[in-house]
Design a binder for this molecule. Structure first.
Ligand SMILES: Cc1ncc(COP(=O)(O)O)c(C=O)c1O
Length: 450
C-alpha cells in the first residue's frame, strides 16, 4: 500500500479521538526504532513524547517483541479466570517492584479502567462513597474516569458522569492563588497550605463519606506538576487521620519515567492503591493494573468483586509487561532516566535563560515541561486555549514537527517525555529544534502577533 492510500483509507473509515474529524492532524507512520519513528514518506521524527507518553523502553525492542510472539505461539488467549504462566510470573515481578505491601493486582485494559476499578475497590473496602481528586488532573476518558478528571475535558460530559467526585486545588507553585509569588515562601509552608486546604474540604464533605483521595503522583498532561516537599506525606497523614484510602495514579509517571519504578517512591510515601498502564508494557500491548494492599484485596475473600471484562489479563499483554520490566531492569533504564534527567534539567534551564517566552520549566527524571508565556511578569499563557491554539503557539508546534521532532503540548506548555533510552546527544538534537522554534516565538511576541 502506498503512502497516500494508507492516509486516505485510514481517514475515510476512521473516527479520530480528541479532535474534529476535519481538523484531525493525522501522521501516517510506517516504522519505529529506538527513539525515532518514520512516516510513510520516509521522514524521521525524534520521539520526545514516547508516542503517547508510554514507550518507556523505546520503539522496536526485540526482546519484548519476541516474548509476545512466543506467547502468541504458546497460548494466544485465555479467559480472565485462568491461571497462565505470564500471569504467575508478572504478579511475582510486579510485587517485587511496587512499594511495600502492594502485592495484589487486578489487570485492566488501560489506565481509565484501572482508575474506575480502583474507585470500585475503595468504595467496597471502606463502605464510603466520595472520591476526592484534583482540578489539574487527567484520569481517563471512560465515563467514570472523566468524572475523576479535574481538567476541562470533564466539562463536556457533565452532569451525566459518575456521581460522588469532589475536586480540590493542586500545589502548583507557578500559578498558585494562595501564593501568587511562590518564591516568597519555603516549600514546606507552601505544601502545608495545600494540605490544610484539602483537610478543610475533607471536613466540609464529611470524612465518613469519603472513600479515597486519588491523585496523579506527578501530574502529567496538565503540565508536569511535581509535589513540593512535604506535600505527599501531608496527604498521606490526612488519609490516615480520616481513614481514607490514598490512591496514586501512576499511569504516566510510573515505570521509570521519574527515575524510580513509581514516583511516590521519591517521597517514601506508600499509597494504599496504585493504578498503572502505559509504561507497564511500554505500549507494546494494551494493559493496565490496579495494585493494592493485601488487606484491601481481602475484601473479596468471601464476597464477589462485581466487575471484570473479557480481556482482563490477556496473556500476550501480560507477557509483554513481564519482558518490558525485565528490559527496564537489565538495560538500567531507571538509572538512565536519572542521568539523562539531569541533562534535561540543564537544557530546560538554558531554554528559560535564553528565551523571554519561557515562563517556567520543571522536570523530574525524564518528565519535563516548559511553560510558554507572552510576558514573564504577567505570566499570560502563550495560548489561552487548546482549540484553537494562538497563532504563535501554532507556529511553535508546527515548526517543531516540520523539523522532525514529535512533542505534545497542553495549551501553552510543551512536554518533554522521551523514551528512557534516550542519549544526551539525542536530547540535545531535540532541544536545538525547540530552541529555534522559541527564537521565532520571541520575535513574533515582540512584533505583537497574538
Ligand atoms: C495520569 C493518567 N491516568 C489515566 C490515563 C488514562 O489511561 P488510558 O488512556 O490508558 O485509558 C492517562 C492517559 O493519558 C493518564 O495520563
Amino acid at each position: 500500500m502506498n503512502s497516500d492510500e494508507i492516509l486516505s483509507k485510514s481517514v475515510k473509515h476512521n473516527l479520530w479521538t480528541w479532535t474534529a474529524q476535519r481538523k484531525a492532524e493525522v501522521l501516517p507512520v510506517e516504522k519505529a526504532e529506538g527513539v525515532y519513528f518514520w512516516d510513510t514518506n520516509g521522514k524521521r521524527y525524534l520521539d520526545l513524547n514516547s508516542m503517547v507518553m508510554c514507550v518507556n523502553i523505546g520503539h522496536g525492542n526485540k526482546r519484548v517483541q519476541e516474548a509476545m510472539i512466543q506467547q502468541i505461539r504458546e497460548l494466544t488467549f485465555a479467559g480472565p479466570h485462568m491461571a497462565t504462566k505470564p500471569r504467575a510470573l508478572l504478579g511475582e515481578k510486579l510485587a517485587s517492584i511496587t512499594p511495600p505491601g502492594l502485592t495484589r493486582f487486578l489487570y485492566t485494559l488501560g489506565g481509565s479502567d484501572a482508575n474506575e476499578n480502583a474507585v470500585k475497590i475503595a468504595r467496597d473496602y471502606t463502605g464510603k462513597f466520595k472520591i476526592l481528586t484534583r482540578y489539574r488532573s487527567y484520569h481517563g476518558a471512560t465515563m467514570g474516569a472523566m468524572a475523576l478528571t479535574g481538567d476541562y475535558r470533564r466539562l463536556h460530559w457533565e452532569p451525566e458522569t459518575m456521581p460522588g467526585v469532589v475536586h480540590f486545588l493542586d500545589p502548583y507553585a507557578y500559578r498558585s492563588s494562595f501564593f501568587p509569588d511562590s518564591s516568597s515562601v519555603d516549600e514546606e509552608t507552601f505544601s502545608r497550605a495545600y494540605v490544610d486546604h484539602l483537610e478543610e474540604i475533607i471536613r466540609f464533605e464529611g470524612p465518613d463519606t469519603i472513600a479515597a483521595v486519588l491523585i496523579e503522583t506527578v501530574t502529567g498532561t496538565n503540565g508536569i506538576l511535581i509535589p513540593p516537599a512535604g506535600y505527599l506525606q501531608g496527604v498521606r497523614a490526612l488519609c490516615d487521620k480520616y481513614r481514607i484510602l490514598l490512591i496514586t495514579d501512576e499511569v504516566m509517571c510510573g515505570f521509570g519515567r521519574t527515575g524510580k519504578w513509581f514516583a511516590s517512591q521519591h517521597w517514601d510515601v506508600v499509597p494504599d492503591i496504585i493504578t498503572m498502564a502505559k509504561g507497564l508494557t511500554s505500549g507494546y500491548a494494551p494493559l493496565g493494573a490496579v495494585a493494592m494492599k493485601e488487606e484491601i484485596a481481602a475484601t473479596y475473600d468471601d464476597r464477589q468483586f462485581v466487575g471484570g471484562m473479557t480481556y482482563n489479563g490477556h496473556p500476550v499483554s501480560l507477557a509483554a509487561a513481564l519482558a518490558n520490566i525485565e528490559v527496564i531492569e537489565q538495560e538500567g533504564l531507571l538509572e538512565n532516566a536519572v542521568r539523562r534527567g539531569e541533562t534535561l534539567k540543564v537544557l530546560l534551564a538554558e531554554l528559560k535563560e535564553k528565551h523571554p517566552c519561557v515562563g517556567d520549566v520543571r522536570s523530574i527524571g525524564l518528565f519535563g515541561a516548559a511553560e510558554l508565556v507572552r510576558d514573564r511578569a504577567s505570566k499570560e499563557p502563550l495560548s489561552p486555549s487548546a482549540k484553537p491554539l494562538s497563532p504563535v503557539m501554532k507556529h511553535v508546534k508546527s515548526y517543531i514537527l516540520e523539523h522532525g521532532v514529535f512533542m505534545y503540548n497542553t495549551f501553552h506548555t510543551l512536554l518533554f517525555i522521551p523514551p528512557l533510552i534516550i542519549t544526551d546527544a539525542q536530547l540535545r538534537e531535540g532541544f536545538n529544534v525547540v530552541d529555534a522554534a522559541l527564537e521565532i516565538a520571541d520575535h513574533e511576541i515582540q512584533a505583537g502577533l497574538e
